[in-house]
Design a protein around this ligand. Structure first.
Ligand code: HEC
Ligand code: HEC
Ligand code: HEC
Ligand code: HEC
Ligand code: HEC
Length: 218
């Protein structure tokens, strides 16, 4: 058969078509994966911090309670991030000239706070309140995961509307005694719902209206 194109041109045409096909299906895959990925929810991501602070070391190995550094978590909407002098209560004696702590010493010397980058953040149109949850016996671990095992902090839960609503509809099986909210290793009793129902009464938790849009969008 007479060939219009040379053999090599034909091969190039096939290769080009195959390339175009792969590129198109590839980008479709990327779009689909992106929509379901942790990229969108930013789950599991870590962020560069001025000092590579490790929760695994401080909250895990050393067992420092969350409230030592997140001091307003029981009383206000924000948990709060620790000021430099909280770190210095130990690091004025410990690792005093370690390179990783240089930004900390500079912050103290210049009296300028460290700029910690936020990792867990809701969109501005959502209202959240820490103290309400802590007082109701909702544990840090329910929303932030095993922070005591994280060398660098990452978002552990999607914290999307569905997750908020799931618990707001039926909080009982998620509750624990208030004095255990910061514990990462508390083990629930066999009948957790029964304990939860008791705590609902003791803490006067009323689920009526808890799923109203205005609770979180005000
Ligand atoms: C209660 C004492 C205490 C406080 C408060 C404290 N640290 Fe530490 N820090 C330690 C000890 C002890 C180590 C050594 C841990 C190890 O190596 O197991 C350490 C280690 C470190 C290290 C070295 C890397 C690592 O994780 O081993 C960095 C960086 C650090 N701390 C930063 C901070 C910052 C920032 C703060 C304040 C937000 C802070 N620390 C608050 C006791 C403390
Ligand atoms: C020694 C001080 C210290 C202790 C103890 C500590 N944290 Fe932190 N935490 C920090 C610092 C500093 C940051 C900011 C830097 C970072 O994100 O790692 C932070 C950040 C966080 C964040 C991310 C906030 C955001 O949006 O950026 C969460 C969530 C958190 N801590 C939860 C906890 C929980 C839960 C505990 C107890 C199990 C705890 N922390 C114990 C110092 C501490
Ligand atoms: C019901 C879920 C929930 C519980 C329980 C919870 N958090 Fe949070 N936390 C969040 C959400 C959501 C954000 C982001 C808030 C925002 O962007 O407005 C957040 C943000 C934070 C931050 C950074 C911003 C800030 O508020 O200063 C820290 C630190 C933090 N949480 C620590 C804790 C600690 C410690 C506990 C337990 C004592 C705890 N959280 C319990 C959901 C929760
Ligand atoms: C694991 C359970 C749980 C999760 C998850 C949870 N909540 Fe709650 N939340 C509660 C409980 C329980 C109360 C009621 C406390 C009470 O009535 O004393 C509450 C109360 C609130 C309140 C205060 C309502 C009021 O009128 O005082 C706000 C605001 C709120 N939640 C927002 C959120 C948002 C936003 C999320 C998701 C990012 C969320 N919550 C996730 C259990 C949860
Ligand atoms: C318990 C808290 C809570 C309640 C109640 C709640 N929302 Fe939300 N809503 C959220 C959170 C958290 C987000 C942010 C989701 C994210 O970041 O992916 C959100 C996001 C949204 C968005 C943005 C679009 C999206 O899906 O991301 C809309 C629209 C919305 N909510 C409407 C409503 C309406 C309407 C109601 C009442 C029927 C309602 N919400 C009740 C917590 C709540």
């Amino acid at each position: 058969m007479a060939q219009i194109f040379s053999r090599s041109a034909d091969t190039w045409l096939r290769l080009t078509l195959a390339g175009v096909f792969l590129a198109l299906s590839g980008s479709l895959m990327v779009v689909l994966m992106f929509d379901r990925s942790d990229y969108r929810t930013q789950r599991g991501w870590v962020v560069d911090q001025p000092v590579p602070f490790s929760h695994a070391h401080h909250a895990g190995d050393l067992g420092i309670d969350c409230r030592y550094c997140h001091a307003s978590v029981e009383t206000s909407s924000e948990a709060g991030l620790p000021p430099t002098h909280t770190c210095m209560s130990c690091h004025s004696q410990l690792f005093t000239d370690a390179d990783v702590l240089a930004p900390l010493r500079r912050s103290l010397a210049n009296n300028t706070p460290l700029h910690w980058q936020r990792v867990v953040k809701l969109p501005d149109y959502v209202y959240f309140h820490h103290a309400v949850h802590v007082q109701a016996g909702v544990a840090c671990v329910s929303c932030h995961g095993r922070v005591d095992r994280m060398p660098l902090i990452a978002k552990a839960e999607p914290l999307n509307m569905g997750q908020c609503l799931d618990c707001h509809r039926d909080p009982a099986p998620n509750l624990r005694p208030r004095d255990q909210v910061t514990s990462m290793s508390w083990t629930p009793p066999a009948d957790r719902r029964q304990l939860g129902e008791q705590l609902m009464q003791a803490y006067h938790i009323d689920t009526r209206g808890l799923t109203d849009c205005a609770v979180c969008h005000r």
